[in-house]
Design a protein around this ligand. Structure first.
Ligand code: NAD
Length: 471
């Protein structure tokens, strides 16, 4: 087994100063490569390089920043096959989905390149001209999770660079290689020190979140880690964007067209084997349709081909890591013990890979852990309701508030329900759809701040009011 990558600090490929760590292919349960481990001193070096680069990079003309991002998109495109293979090897998702992830990374980079940082004229009078400008923040620390490793790194890094910031990136230790490759490519375009990468677990993350010379942390990951980051950020008032856990509810209205809705519900509940922050994680169905809906969802689940994502015809890969698999098992076993009816799946597959087939669980309600907690895996609990008001109350009865959805034919009725969901996004007849022009973020314990679109871009900036007296 070999170390297949290096860290990048100040434009240089450097070896890790800590012991390299194995990265496991979740389809085999075996390590397929070693990742270099960064030391806390290397975090300091990366931040120092980013700080030094910021002095000049912040003044880069807008058109140059835009051109840089397009050149980066070209490079991602040129290395698309390699990146998709890396994503499947380290993350487990089927290759076609990994190719979609790479395609998304390219599309997001190009869209972000073309965004403009607006100047708002607040007042233009005889007394004064008042304009609101936006300046970069400085050094941005990006900390990413293991579910969409390449895509989420792009979501963090591109708007930061586009607005003239410099970056230190830390990928999840479960999935570091696609990000290491991305940073290698970005370094071919931007000046030394603009993008740096360190690797390692929570200790390296904490070295970043408590670092006095980092001005903002953009974090995607679990809520407990987000809380820790927020505490650490207080010392130098770091700006924060926190995209945290979700436990999204979907409400199926009685007038929904089931032929259209059910494939959509399945797809958005099990996207990336359910390891998608804004996947549909709890489905509320009227009691008159309950049995039919459960059976039809189970029938779709049984059509999935579970296996190694590198094999042709596989539509459903493994859970990404053992701890996540153990959590899924624990929550389904707990539901079974409480009388749940598992209609398909419901058991981890024997063997070394972390395979758990798509699982539909009926006969559960709020108050069961599988419904109340974020299981972040390939399981959909289906909960009956008799009264729509109860369904809305149950949907909102959760600490999380990332996304939510309503499925129905009468759009005005669906809209009146959707607007009552306590969530950062409310979809009608869809779920988990994120787009580069639509601001996306959570409420309640799912975090704060948004990514994407102009609003997302401005999170990497500091407003400055320029007031010119004409008196
Ligand atoms: P995690 O919080 O365990 O880890 C995320 C990252 O934080 C990793 O890089 C990890 O090394 C680092 N980290 C861990 N402890 C740290 C600390 N104390 N300080 C700084 N960094 C630290 O999350 P995960 O298990 O990798 O990802 C799954 C979670 O991410 C789920 O809860 C999921 O809902 C959430 N998620 C949210 C979104 C969103 O947009 N809201 C998107 C994807 C994933």
């Amino acid at each position: 087994m070999q170390t297949v990558s290096t860290l990048f600090i100040n434009g240089q490929a450097v070896a890790g100063e800590r012991e390299a760590f194995p990265v496991i292919n979740p389809a085999t349960g075996e390590a397929f490569a070693e990742c270099p481990g960064a030391s806390p001193e290397q975090v300091d070096a990366a931040v120092a390089a980013a700080r030094a680069a910021f002095k000049t990079f912040q003044h880069t003309p807008d058109a140059e920043l835009q051109a840089m991002l397009h050149r980066i998109a070209d490079l991602i495109e040129a290395h698309a096959d390699e990146l998709a293979q890396l994503v499947t090897l380290e993350q487990g998702k089927p290759l076609a989905l990994a190719q979609m992830e790479v395609g998304g990374a390219i599309g997001w980079t190009r869209y972000t390149a073309d965004l403009k940082v607006p100047v708002k004229v607040i007042e233009d009078s005889e007394a004064r001209l008042a304009e609101l400008h936006h300046k970069p923040l400085g050094v941005v620390g990006s900390i990413t999770p293991w579910n969409w490793p390449l895509m989420i790194a792009v979501w963090h890094i591109m708007p930061a660079i586009r607005t003239g910031n410099t970056v230190v990136s830390k990928p999840s230790s479960f999935t570091p290689f696609s990000t290491l490759k991305l940073i290698e490519l970005i370094n071919q375009v931007v000046p030394a020190g603009v993008i740096n990468i360190v690797t390692g677990e929570g200790g390296i993350g904490r070295a970043m979140t408590s670092h006095q010379d980092i001005n903002k942390i953009v974090f995607t990951g679990s809520t407990p880690t987000g809380q820790d980051i927020m505490r650490k950020a207080a010392d130098n008032l770091k700006r924060l964007t926190l995209e945290l856990g979700g436990n999204d509810a979907g409400i199926l209205l009685q007038d929904a067209n089931l032929d259209k809705a059910l494939p959509g519900i399945f797809q958005t509940a099990f996207l990336n084997m359910g390891q998608t922050c804004a996947a549909l994680k709890r489905l509320y169905v009227h009691e008159s349709q309950y049995d039919e809906v459960c059976q039809r969802l189970a029938a779709i689940a049984k059509q999935q081909v579970v296996g190694n994502g590198l094999e042709a015809d596989v539509t459903f890969g493994p859970v990404q890591n053992k701890a996540q698999l153990d959590l899924v098992v624990e929550l389904v076993e707990d539901a079974k013990a409480q009388g749940a009816n598992v209609l398909c799946g419901g058991e981890a597959q024997p063997g070394n890979g972390y395979f758990y087939p798509p699982t539909i669980v009926a006969g559960v309600s709020n108050g069961v852990r599988l419904v109340d907690e974020e299981q972040f895996g390939p399981v959909l609990p289906v909960i009956p309701y008799s009264d729509l008001e109860d369904a809305i109350a149950m949907a909102n009865d959760n600490v999380n508030g990332l996304g939510g959805s309503v499925w129905g034919s009468d759009i005005e009725k669906a809209r009146s329900v959707a607007t009552r969901l306590e969530s950062g996004t409310a979809w009608i007849n869809n779920h988990a759809e994120v787009l580069p022009h639509c601001p996306f973020g959570g409420c309640k314990m799912s975090g704060f701040g948004v990514e994407f679109g102009e609003e997302g871009l401005l999170e990497y900036t500091q407003p400055q009011l320029l007031s010119i007296s004409r008196g």
